[in-house]
Write a protein that binds this ligand. Structure first.
Ligand SMILES: [Zn+2]
Ligand SMILES: [Zn+2]
Length: 235
């Protein structure tokens, strides 16, 4: 065995994980170089985080202000991100989801006023019980739990989903918006609270809009959508 192979072998024994992307031995699901090379979301809409050439309001948000007040995502949904999130959601790679959630926690610390962040409540986007039964876990709740741990914030399962909508992905934005209305109900008191609504990916904003409207009706003061990644277009 060569010295480098021996070195790799001993690292493998010490660090039982391998980077999901480059297969190097490391202590986390991704090595530091791979984690740092992921596509960060930089210039984007100040309300819905749609990637833009420069910071400002996107056309959609200019036409109609959404029910949520902002959206924070560390990554743009491109390059390696779709595969990583797919691995987390559909292959039960929970550690990977938690690692990406840690980057979201860092971004929240960097972008939110400390006192505002400290008074926030985490609300995960719910799954219908039928979907939960087939997947076995709610990815938004895994992210919310990690954020709760890292940021020391309370988590409230404040929203219930009334029907199963598994095939939303194939619908156009307008159909999604129509489908999402009346889908969610508030479960617990969120009045006068600042809500961080947690999801895995911010796509059309239809789900975020529907839930934010319910939360605002229930008296929430502010709703900020927080997700791992934002799609480049309102698909
Ligand atoms: Zn790597
Ligand atoms: Zn926007």
């Amino acid at each position: 065995m060569s010295i480098s192979a021996l070195y790799r072998h001993s690292l493998t024994l010490l660090l039982p994980n391998h980077c999901f992307l480059c297969d190097e031995p490391c202590s986390e699901s991704l090595c530091t170089p791979c984690l740092q090379a992921l596509p960060a979301l930089t210039s984007c809409c100040s309300t819905c985080a749609l990637p833009l050439a420069s910071d400002g309001l996107c056309g959609e948000c200019q036409r109609q202000k959404p029910s949520f007040d902002g959206c924070i995502c560390p990554y743009s949904y491109q390059e390696q991100i779709p595969a990583l999130i797919n691995q987390f959601k559909h292959q039960r790679h929970i550690a990977l989801g938690k690692l990406l959630a840690q980057t979201l926690a860092v971004k929240l610390r960097a972008t939110q006023a400390a006192d505002e962040l400290a008074s926030s409540v985490l609300v995960p986007v719910p799954m219908h019980w039928r979907g939960l039964l087939s997947r076995g876990f709610n990815q938004a709740e895994v992210i919310a739990q990690e954020l709760s741990k890292r940021l020391n914030l309370p988590l409230a399962r404040a929203i219930r989903k009334k029907a199963n909508t598994r095939h939303q992905q194939n619908l156009k934005r307008k159909q999604r918006l129509n489908n999402s209305r009346n889908l969610f109900v508030a479960r617990t008191e969120t009045a006068k609270k600042r809500i961080l609504l947690v999801d895995d990916v911010m796509t059309t904003g239809a789900t975020a809009e529907a839930i934010s409207a319910v939360l605002k009706q229930a008296g929430a003061e502010q709703v900020i959508v927080v997700a791992l990644a934002r799609t480049p277009k309102n698909r």
